[in-house]
Design a protein around this ligand. Structure first.
Ligand SMILES: C[S@@+](CC[C@H](N)C(=O)[O-])C[C@H]1O[C@@H](n2cnc3c(N)ncnc32)[C@H](O)[C@@H]1O
Length: 289
């Protein structure tokens, strides 16, 4: 089968999770199943495993895993974690590989990429109503500037300038129209100037940081004693949330249900040369006491 999305730091994920025969998996961001297939090959516990994604396109690629007995959930990971916790489900292995997948970025019509012409969409879950078009065309200048600063880490002067230009020039309907406007009003930089603005819009549309912050505290109760969890983040805003949560858990001392680890892992040189997405990837991990 053609591999649409190359799983990031697969060897490190397997090393951290140490999947064993019969162990159950909760994959909170199953995507195209690269990590899940490798883990399930070791555990063979398809029937005890649950794979979550908020994107139906991703779930449609997991029919082979479903056919072996795994449960697929079309939900955001906060809703899924709440539902599983309510029914007192427990797992031996939990994985969250955050952010977007390559197919989401590569398909222009999904509207995530400033390098591909498409509708300004950016929804991971296409049944959701809020799109990037709504954000760009209806948010106030001030709200747009705040998003660019908070989620894109754009300098405040530049964020205000671009927010103003957007409100003067809107409505926008395509990724290219927006990328061109940002480029026209931004100084030259090493990256395309739209990179940070598109990241900010994507995070806002999908409430990526809010969901992550609220989902993490549910994880200890979803793990069996001795269970392991692994989280892969792709930018400092995500990583800060994961790191803060693990530090708070560590500070609880004996009260914590987790054995945390200050260490984090990054990709090795060989992977860095072959998979550009791995450049910013960071793995943090913990185990249930
Ligand atoms: C980086 S990809 C995962 C790739 C996967 N590990 C693989 O090897 O194919 C991230 C996936 O997580 C999904 N996702 C991101 N945030 C989510 C959330 N809050 N809830 C559920 N799924 C989410 C995206 O739709 C995307 O399919």
């Amino acid at each position: 089968m053609e591999q649409l999305h190359q799983p990031v730091m697969l060897a490190e994920v397997l090393n951290v999770l140490q999947p064993k025969d019969g162990e159950s998996l909760l994959d909170l961001t199953a995507g195209f199943g690269g990590h899940a297939r490798a883990i399930l090959q070791a555990t063979k516990a398809y029937k005890k495993s649950v794979l979550v994604d908020r994107d139906q396109m991703a779930l449609d690629s997991l029919n082979d895993i479903k056919a072996q007995g795994a449960t697929l959930m079309h939900a955001d990971f906060l809703a899924a974690a709440r539902e599983l916790a309510q029914t007192k489900r427990r797992f031996d292995l939990i994985l969250a590989d955050l952010g977007v997948s390559s197919p989401q970025l590569d398909r222009g019509e999904r509207g995530f990429s400033f390098m591909r012409e498409g509708d300004l969409d950016m929804r991971m879950d296409q049944t959701q109503t809020l799109t990037a078009k709504t954000v760009v065309n209806t948010y106030s200048e001030r709200d747009l500037a705040n998003i660019f600063v908070k989620y894109g880490e754009v300098r405040s002067g530049m964020a205000i300038k671009i927010a103003r230009e957007i409100t003067h020039a809107r409505p926008f309907s395509t990724t290219q129209e927006l990328a061109d406007l940002i480029k026209k009003h931004s100084p030259y930089s090493r990256h395309h100037p739209a990179t940070q603005f598109f990241q900010a819009l994507r995070i806002e549309v999908n409430d990526e940081l809010g969901l992550l912050e609220r989902m993490l505290p549910l994880l200890p109760d979803l793990l069996n004693p001795g269970g392991r969890l692994c989280i892969i983040s792709f930018h400092s805003l995500e990583d800060r949330i994961v790191k803060t949560w693990l530090t708070d858990e560590a500070n609880k001392g004996l009260e914590s249900k987790l054995i945390t680890n200050k260490k984090f892992l990054t990709a090795g040189v060989q992977e860095l040369a072959n998979n550009p997405r791995a450049r910013s990837a960071k793995i943090r991990f913990a185990a249930r006491a």
